[in-house]
Design a protein around this ligand. Structure first.
Ligand code: CTP
Length: 401
């Protein structure tokens, strides 16, 4: 891929050296376009040697090749990192007084920016408005992160780490084969309260569900992500994605209500959340004590099966996907359980994986099979939860055809 990396005048420019290195190591052709100001932080020889390409800042260099528009026209992706408040303002206004400005105006490729500035500047209404303008034009805003800044102060304004920029920016190059598809995904594990301090929960981390939401959004879908309990860190990418709306819930009843809402205008419904089958019959107002004896045994009542309900009332053309985490005796038992569960729930697709004490939960890796019409295994996917998410979406797309 032809990737233009715009570098503007912020101290975070030194981190962009590593970003360029990552892109080169991944086999991309990289042209660095710094602003004059950026060169005060990292010099031209560094950019040329790291990118292995000539570097200029001015529209008056290399005029014979019409470089001021050629770079943008040839680009498959443009990443501006760091993007200062000044550059963001120039982009919003469409100014083109240097090579980076003309390149940005001449390109039709996806554009991502990684803002870096002091918190006050990031929060200034002018910057807020400029960022919203860019977002409205489809520019991906990567970060900024919340953390330590150069003045010794801290807050939002820190440029994302090069690895994050690398992964998210390249994500923009994925096929947009879910464009105009509305998706509702649930993720995480529900918590059923016993009293103000205790709950019945499960080990679901929500990683696979969050990865499904991010993968769908990057492929062009409009996503509602309904979360049960989930670590903030697992949601970090989803929170930043402009096409993901996050609705938070806690109990199975809340998750059910939120999913029914989201499903009302969704083309695809994915129930990746681990939902408690039962909840305590009574929730105590005060903390239950040992003395009360009420913790010795807990009466449970059954929760509604959310996905079965969604499947039973599905709209024409809507695709419903359930998940199953099983501890089978063997492969045949795994498939047998999955097929029966798919029938019982009345869903279109069932994604099954094997779990155990050391397997499946909280891990970064996963391996699944997708069961479709007639109980056939229509796809398998393994690898990072992101890879698995993409494999599941491939299967969903082919099943919907
Ligand atoms: N699910 C749901 N509502 C529930 C329980 C589960 O929507 N009350 C969904 C999960 O989100 C998942 C699928 O159903 O997509 C499978 O959940 P699982 O707990 O494996 O199904 P059960 O019917 O409870 O089967 P088992 O007896 O094996 O636990």
């Amino acid at each position: 891929m032809n990737i233009v990396v715009g570098v503007t005048g912020g101290i975070a420019a030194y981190k962009t050296v590593h970003l360029v290195r990552l892109l080169i190591k991944a086999g991309h052709e990289v042209t660095v376009v710094p602003t004059e100001d950026a060169l005060r932080f990292v010099g031209l020889p560094t950019w040329e040697s790291i990118s292995r390409n000539a570097v200029t800042t001015s529209v008056h260099d290399d005029v014979a090749k019409v470089r001021h528009v050629a770079l943008g026209q040839a680009a498959d992706l443009v990443v501006v990192a760091p993007a200062t408040a000044n550059t963001i303002a120039k982009m919003a206004a469409g100014l083109a007084d240097d090579l980076l400005g003309t390149t940005l105006l001449a390109t039709t490729a996806p554009v991502a920016i990684a803002p870096a500035m002091h918190t006050e500047m990031w929060r200034h209404p002018a910057t807020r408005a400029n960022v919203e303008t860019l977002r409205g034009r489809g520019v991906a805003i990567l970060g900024p992160a919340d953390g330590e800044l150069t003045g010794g102060d801290a807050g939002p304004g820190r440029m994302l780490e090069p690895e994050q920029i690398f992964a998210t920016a390249l994500g923009l190059l994925r096929p947009r084969d879910l464009a105009d598809v509305r998706v509702a995904v649930s993720a995480g594990g529900t918590r059923e309260p016993l009293d103000p301090v205790r709950f019945l929960g499960n080990r679901s981390s929500g990683r696979q569900g969050a990865a499904l939401a991010v993968a769908a959004a990057e492929r062009g879908a409009d996503v509602t992500l309904v979360t049960a309990h989930i670590e903030e860190e697992v949601l970090a990418e989803a929170v930043q994605h402009p096409s993901i709306r996050i609705v938070r819930s806690d109990t199975a009843a809340e998750l059910g209500a939120a999913m029914r809402d989201a499903a009302a205008d969704a083309d695809v419904v994915v129930m990746a959340a681990a939902v408690a089958d039962y909840r305590p019959a009574e929730v105590a107002d005060g903390k239950l004590t040992k003395e009360s004896g009420r913790l010795r045994s807990i009466e449970l009542v059954e929760n509604d099966d959310i996905v079965a309900g969604l499947a039973a009332s599905r709209m024409p053309g809507q695709t419903i996907i359930a998940f199953a985490a099983e501890t089978p005796r063997d492969e045949a038992d795994l498939l047998d359980r999955a097929r029966r569960k798919r029938e019982r729930k009345g869903v279109d697709l069932l994604v099954v994986n094997e779990v155990g004490w050391q397997q499946g939960f909280e891990a970064a890796e996963n391996a699944v099979q997708v069961i479709g019409e007639g109980g056939a295994v229509i796809a398998t996917a393994a690898g990072s939860k992101r890879d698995v998410a993409d494999g599941i979406w491939d299967a969903v797309i082919s099943a919907r055809r």
